[in-house]
Ligand binder design. Structure first.
Ligand code: ADP
Ligand code: MG
Length: 394
């Protein structure tokens, strides 16, 4: 019988459900520490599967595949937010240490459960979600409070990068949008007057140790993260403390092991609203790979291997620039080009990360660049200069 409490040491296999870029960077961090990695993904070729020691191509609910994974790995985590809870439960019942566990992952998979949870959590942290109303049946539409307009209708499940969302100004538009989404369960959220957006990144070990990274300030374009800058230029120290304390309270409250990201809105009024949680390392935390003592992926390895957590200290100001597939095209997808990496790398403080995806597509996340600087302004200027080299509007 394997030791279910002690550390899982380098040389062992760690498992990851999902083979995307988050799985790939997890794999790289684990391998750097001497672990072997087993990736399970339904696709035939995946960014993580192509570099892992073991790649199982199977559906997340394939019980033979999960058994094979359990036989190899003492611990498993997920990089794919919509992994079926059953897969995590099956692995746990096969004796695998699953971090984070399925109840935590499920919470983030359903916006209705997530908003409800965030609303309860407000009593402890004074940070709650934007006002919202659940729409599950026809009759709910007319009951939607008038003060939620203009609002954003969001599908309860499977939304990411702004997908499954529609801004609605009236009951008529709400009805049309809900029909458009196929009348699936949704939340209608009041559209808030945002000043800026930030995210907190916290990590909890199996022993209840909790550490937090500096909060990042995020700019989205077309619903997709564009840049993350740390330290957050617009955030006041008191706001940062409130956000970090709230995220630390949250990770303990749900008994979560691993890396957790919490997105917040800072409103023009100065109030703070909790938007959503991501039960895994997050795009807005990629800055940690070059700017901090321990990256978010190293922390995920440490947490799931029941090792002490690493130092989250930031060593240099940073601005992360996301690289989308758009860069590989001249306007439309029929005119291909190769981005000017030589020009990017002429900036010695620009750290390039590409995910090894087989084909670029408009809007697809292909990589990111962490632009460092001795001072925050320098990091931001570096980021703007690198963006300009690539033809991205800074
Ligand atoms: P996703 O799962 O796609 O990241 P989010 O709920 O985070 O969904 O929404 C994506 C983006 O849309 C947010 O980062 C923010 O810019 C904007 N947004 C979402 N909800 C609101 C809101 N209630 N008020 C104003 N802007 C919002
Ligand atoms: Mg989001």
């Amino acid at each position: 019988m394997a030791d279910r409490m002690g550390p899982i040491l380098p040389g062992s296999y760690l498992g990851i459900l999902g083979g995307g870029q988050l799985g790939r960077m997890f794999t790289q961090a684990a391998q750097a520490m001497g672990y072997k990695v087993c990736v399970l993904d339904p696709g035939s070729d995946s960014p993580a599967g192509s570099i892992a020691e073991k790649f199982i191509q199977a559906d997340y609910t394939d019980s033979a595949a999960l058994k094979e994974m359990a036989a190899l790995c003492a611990a498993v985590s997920t990089e794919f937010e919509n992994v079926p809870a059953q897969a995590l439960d099956d692995l746990e019942s096969l004796g695998v240490f699953v971090a984070p566990r399925s109840s935590c992952v499920s919470l983030a998979q359903n916006r209705i459960a997530e908003k409800k949870f965030l609303a309860t959590w407000k009593s402890e942290t004074n940070i709650g979600p934007a006002p919202y109303f659940v729409i599950e049946h026809d009759a709910d539409l007319a009951q939607a409070p008038a003060d939620l307009f203009p609002g954003i209708l969001k599908t309860a499940r499977m939304g990411y990068d702004g997908k499954g969302q529609a801004t609605v100004y009236s009951l008529e538009e709400l009805t049309a949008a809900w029909n458009e989404f196929g009348r699936v369960p949704c939340v209608l959220e009041k559209r808030m007057d945002l000043d800026f957006e930030v995210s907190a990144l916290v990590v909890r070990g199996h022993d209840d140790a909790v550490v937090a990274y500096p909060v990042s300030q995020n700019i989205h374009r077309d619903g997709i993260l564009h840049t993350s800058t740390v330290p957050a230029p617009s955030l006041k120290p008191a706001q940062e403390k409130k956000i970090v304390d709230a995220a630390k309270a949250l990770i303990r409250k749900i008994d979560y092991v691993g890396v957790l990201c919490v997105e917040f809105f800072v409103l023009k009024s100065g109030d703070i609203v909790a938007n959503e949680i991501a039960p895994r390392p997050h795009n807005s935390g990629h800055y940690t790979m070059d700017a901090c003592v321990s990256s978010q992926f190293e922390q995920q390895v440490r947490a799931m291997a029941r090792l002490p957590l690493g130092d989250t200290r930031q060593l240099a100001p940073v601005s992360m620039l996301n690289l989308l597939g758009d860069l590989w095209f001249e306007g439309s997808e029929d005119k291909a080009r190769e981005p000017a990496w030589n020009k990017v790398l002429a900036h010695p403080d620009a750290k390039l990360h590409l995910y090894g995806k087989s084909a670029p597509r408009i809007g697809r996340k292909m990589g990111h660049i962490n632009c460092l600087g001795e001072a925050l302004n320098e990091a931001r200027q570096n980021c703007a200069a690198v963006a300009t080299e690539l033809g991205i509007e800074p």
